[in-house]
Design a protein around this ligand. Structure first.
Ligand code: NAP
Ligand code: GLV
Ligand code: GLV
Length: 334
């Protein structure tokens, strides 16, 4: 009998097709995400689970899933999963690095440029007929934004995505600063990037891009103190996780002009609505779509399938998150 996998969302068909050759596959087809109770019910007899970043996979889920051996997260970030608890139980956890790096770095730049040049405000102005109504064809002081070329870019979290963001900056003639847990000697050389303590990076950068995972250490790492260290002409871009930034402090900073603007793809809760933040003109907002390209999402689906199939064949999955789990249980369903 084929092992059973439950997929909590309709992921791209390429991944599902491949999985069907090796697993009995059930997909949650509803447009709305699966409710907690339904998830706890669905996992009761599954051997494998494909999850989204919007699902909390914790002790309660594991308790409900006695057969569960592997959780393949359809995301690179896995802060939604209690990995320690999974490891203790011998449950393998995988994620989807690399295949979404370029798409997400492109999107960081999309937000950066759109925020700097006030693209969304300008689009609203043009599309609504306001431009025509005003009757001013061109004005030297209309929609002035911030220069990007030749400015200083500060990247917080210099991993795959952070470095891909830096790579794109060379075309913009930028000075590149970065902060990370550890120094990256090779990347420093290749990308001409300077390591800076966080406070210095914040003080010197015209654009700050957040690309860290959400952990205990990065929770609210950008708060009131940090926002006050930034230049009042600087722009903050968050494509990491919402909880890396203290939203209350950010709203204050944007309203009171401690910083010039923000481009956000991620929020402290999702889906999100924040009346005051969303009413500000100096923010550009996206609904967590950093990796949302056809190519990246298909790559993620394929990688999820590769992880599950490798595990089924008794191999260590290619993008295993909890390496120590192999000491608890060998890969495979029996
Ligand atoms: P990665 O390669 O693991 O890079 C993360 C980097 O952050 C690493 O270089 C790490 O440093 C650094 N870091 C960790 N804790 C830190 C801290 N306390 N202070 C400073 N730096 C710290 O991961 P990635 O593939 O680039 O992805 C990064 C994150 O982006 C994901 O975890 C996810 O949350 C988010 N993401 C969002 C989207 C989206 O749709 N918006 C898409 C993809 C990813 P070391 O190398 O020294 O460990
Ligand atoms: C998206 O946010 C991811 O972590 O893949
Ligand atoms: C702008 O359109 C210019 O020609 O300077």
């Amino acid at each position: 009998m084929k092992p059973k996998v439950f997929i909590t969302r309709a992921i791209p068909e390429n991944g599902i097709q491949t999985l069907r050759e090796h697993f009995e596959v059930e997909v949650w087809e509803d447009e709305h995400e699966i409710q907690r109770e339904a998830l706890l019910e669905k996992v009761r007899d599954v051997d494998a689970l494909v999850t989204m970043l919007s699902e909390r996979i914790d002790k309660e889920v594991f308790d409900s899933a006695p057969r569960l051996r592997i959780v393949a997260n359809y995301a690179v970030g896995y802060d939604n999963i209690d990995v320690g608890e999974a490891t203790r139980r011998g449950i393998y956890v995988t994620n989807t690095p690399k295949v979404l790096t370029d798409a997400t770095a492109d999107f960081a730049w999309t937000l950066l440029l759109a925020t700097a040049r006030r693209l969304i405000e300008a689009d609203r102005f043009t599309r609504s007929g306001e431009w025509k109504r005003k009757g001013i064809a061109w004005h030297p002081l209309m929609f002035l934004g911030h220069d990007v070329y030749g400015k200083t870019l500060g990247i917080v979290g210099f991993g795959r995505i952070g470095q891909a963001v830096a790579k794109r900056a060379s075309g913009f003639g930028m000075r590149i600063l970065y902060n990370s847990r550890t120094r990256k000697a090779e990347a420093e050389k290749e990308l001409v990037a300077e390591f800076k303590p966080l406070d210095e990076l914040l003080g010197e950068s015209d654009f700050v891009v957040l690309a860290v995972p959400l952990t205990k250490e990065t929770y609210h790492m950008i708060g009131e103190r940090e926002l006050k260290l930034m230049k009042n002409t600087a722009i903050l871009i968050n494509i990491a996780r919402g909880k890396v930034v203290d939203t209350g402090a950010l709203v204050k900073a944007l309203r009171e002009g401690w910083i010039a603007g923000a481009g956000l793809d991620v929020y402290e809760e999702e889906p999100y609505y924040h009346e005051e933040l969303f009413s500000l003109d100096n923010v550009v907002l996206a609904p967590h779509i950093g990796s949302a390209t056809h190519g990246a999402r298909e790559g993620m689906a394929e990688l999820v399938a590769r992880n599950l199939i490798a595990f089924k064949n008794g191999q260590i999955p290619p993008t295993l998150v909890n390496r120590e789990v192999a000491n608890v249980r060998k890969p495979g369903f029996e």
